[in-house]
Write a protein that binds this ligand. Structure first.
Ligand SMILES: *Cc1c(COP(=O)(O)O)cnc(C)c1O
Length: 384
């Protein structure tokens, strides 16, 4: 039987001194959030209540999109987007082999086949390998803005136009991220899909997601699909799903989005400091950023030698380093029927053996950053 493995993880994470999980600090004062939640409880508008509408409008301002639809999770945001575009069994959807499992899961649960593509050294989909994988069955491309670094969307959109494919952005890491034209995540494809999981940059007290779009037709359709296809109480226009952003979670999101600029700026500042120091260590290779991009560092990652040993060493020193992720998507059991093989996506396979993530969130102090840097230096002094 599959156990709830998260319980054990929560307990072990709590023992770390420099944590990846910063929720205790972030929610040390919950007065304002509980005030909004109390209003919801008094008014009883638990499903698609007022705060859902208010939050959707706020989100549009921050992400610079016309419309937004609050849904049950980031995974649902991708799934519903593909469903709304008519993606179904027999179709193919192109996506990178290096991502969180949900990207491929959302594609596969529509009935379509995920067609994996290798990634570049920034862990984003290699846009130069997309065209060779397009067939008559291809319906959509789902690029992932990994860790909040925008993909080469100019190229991806031009390919999509040429072959008449939909682009659904997995922007789960990419709130406030933009490219060199100051075009924000969610504005490139027909939809952009965001997660508000407790550990994402914009986070709530459970699961929730939001879909950004500038297309009115898709917007209308997604609003129906998330709520049983209901136009109003007595009229069902299409068979849909139940995937609504809870009003209580929308209340949390409304408070948190006020802080998203300062959260993001703190992450960028921490990442820049780490970059400056870690680039001096010869066993480490940093991930290069495009000069005018705004990358929002959902994760701070680098490639390194003796990765597993370094990870162990940092964790022994109570620094919550993590591996996101040790295996690309095509090598998991879930992909067995898709008939991929080891060695097929060389870069993703190579990078997943060298990647490591260290904490970068807004509550880390300069002293803690220096402690991490010193420990990494110490490790390579003896192991390098
Ligand atoms: C978190 C995440 C998702 C899924 O979001 P949930 O809200 O957890 O369903 C999808 N894609 C990526 C890249 C993610 O990191």
């Amino acid at each position: 039987m599959t156990k709830n493995f998260l319980i054990k993880q929560y307990i072990s994470d709590k023992k770390m001194k420099i944590k990846h999980n910063y929720l205790s600090e972030q929610f040390s004062n919950t007065k304002k959030i509980f005030k909004l939640i109390n209003k919801t409880v008094k008014f009883n508008d638990f499903t698609l209540g007022k705060y859902v509408d208010v939050f959707e409008k706020e989100f549009c301002k921050y992400q610079k999109v016309k419309y937004a639809v609050g849904v049950g999770s980031g995974t649902d945001a991708i799934f519903l987007s593909l469903k709304a575009l008519g993606v179904q069994e027999g179709d193919e959807v192109i996506t990178p082999t290096y991502s969180f499992y949900a990207t491929a899961g959302a594609i596969a649960t529509t009935g379509a086949k995920p067609i994996f593509i290798d990634v570049k050294d920034d862990l984003n989909i290699n846009e130069n390998k997309i065209e060779e994988k397009i067939t008559k069955k291809t319906k959509a491309i789902v690029p992932v803005h990994w860790s909040g670094r925008i993909c080469n969307m100019k190229k991806i959109i031009s390919i999509a136009k040429k072959y008449k494919l939909h682009v659904v952005e997995d922007a789960c890491h990419a709130i406030l991220a933009h490219d060199d034209d100051k075009k924000y995540a969610g504005n490139f494809g027909i939809t952009g899909c965001f997660s508000m999981h407790p550990l994402k940059n914009l986070n709530i007290w459970g699961d929730g997601g939001i879909i950004a779009t500038n297309n009115k037709k898709i917007y209308e359709k997604l609003r129906l699909m998330r709520n049983h296809g209901l136009v109003d109480r007595d009229n069902c226009k299409l068979y849909g799903y139940n995937s609504r952003l809870d009003t209580i979670q929308a209340a949390v999101a409304l408070e948190m989005i006020k802080k998203i600029n300062s959260i993001t700026n703190a992450r960028i500042k921490n990442a820049n400091y780490l970059n400056k120091k870690l680039k001096l260590i010869k066993q480490i290779k940093l991930i290069k950023d495009q000069v005018n991009y705004k990358s929002v560092y959902h994760l701070y990652q680098f490639f390194c030698e003796k990765r597993n040993l370094l990870n162990k060493f940092l964790r022994k020193n109570k620094i919550d380093s993590k591996i996101h992720y040790p295996k690309p998507l095509h090598l998991h059991d879930a992909a067995k029927n898709l008939k991929y093989f080891k060695g097929q996506f060389k870069n993703a396979e190579k990078l997943s053996k060298k990647i490591i993530s260290i904490p970068v969130h807004e509550f880390i102090t300069k002293k803690q950053l220096n402690f991490i840097i010193n420990k990494i230096e110490e490790f390579y002094k003896y192991e390098g």
